[in-house]
Design a protein around this ligand. Structure first.
Ligand SMILES: [Fe+2]
Length: 250
């Protein structure tokens, strides 16, 4: 993404004016979840037990390999049109901007999403909980932010699902987001929640700061709801700085 130490336009892969950085921040700040958050049970085994060893990025990490951006097609952002029929569930639109710490839109960011279907079931071998799969829903999509950093998806609202973290544990409705700049070390992953939903979720609560937590919650966007067709939610992703969206640390 755009950093504090640009090394000038690097655009041969897309022909567009892209600034890159010599240094990507490796430390999370107060916005991000703690590596060890005991209420989120699997973080106990995943959290590093020794201090991290910083590794200086070399040109190969900062310039490539790039993947995904060139192959994004318009239809990839509509998860309701990937099969012969329409998926079951509540059709929704999600849109917003990818922003830097100063509120400027970040163009050409690969935005990827994955989610459960309306019944809370993923198309994945490890998800065997007894909710139905939907033959018309895969649950994965991607888009590229435009010149102003704007992106948009059409999908269905995911259902809650059980996850075994503790007795009677259910993940609230959420959509996983990944944003990718122009090299592998620029990938950030987060989750988007729906208003009023996530307060009991240990993953949501692994972000200590309340204001930062709330930046993972989308807002209902009545103005852009399409009458007789779909509700709309706004979700801006702030890559870093005081208003950064919390990103997953594992
Ligand atoms: Fe999930």
């Amino acid at each position: 993404m755009i950093g504090a130490e640009p090394i000038g336009p690097l655009g041969p892969k897309t022909g567009e004016n892209i600034r890159m950085t010599l240094v990507y921040p490796t430390k999370s700040n107060a916005a991000h979840p703690l590596p060890l958050s005991p209420a989120y049970r699997s973080s106990i085994k995943r959290a590093p037990q020794k201090p991290l060893i910083p590794m200086r990025h070399t040109l190969s990490e900062l310039t490539g390999p790039v993947y995904g951006h060139e192959t994004v097609r318009d239809g990839d952002s509509d998860l309701t049109r990937q099969h012969a029929g329409e998926p079951l569930g509540e059709r929704i639109m999600i849109h917003g901007h990818v922003l830097d710490e100063d509120g400027r839109g970040v163009p050409n960011t690969l935005v990827e999403v994955w989610q459960a279907n309306a019944c809370g079931r993923y198309v994945h071998i490890r998800d065997q909980h007894p909710a139905p799969l939907d033959p018309n829903f895969t649950g994965a999509g991607r888009a590229k932010s435009d010149a102003s950093g704007y992106y948009k998806f059409t999908t269905i609202k995911p259902g809650a699902y059980p996850w075994g973290n503790h007795h009677n544990a259910w993940r609230p409705a959420h959509i996983h987001f990944s944003v990718f700049g122009y090299c592998f070390v620029s990938r950030l992953v987060t989750q988007m929640y729906f208003p009023g939903d996530p307060e009991f979720d240990p993953i949501f609560n692994s972000v200590p700061d309340e204001k930062a937590r709330m930046r993972m919650v989308s807002s209902f966007d009545l103005e852009n709801t399409k009458p007789e067709w779909a509700l709309c939610y706004r979700f801006n992703i702030v890559l870093r700085g005081r208003d950064a969206t919390p990103m997953e640390t594992q």
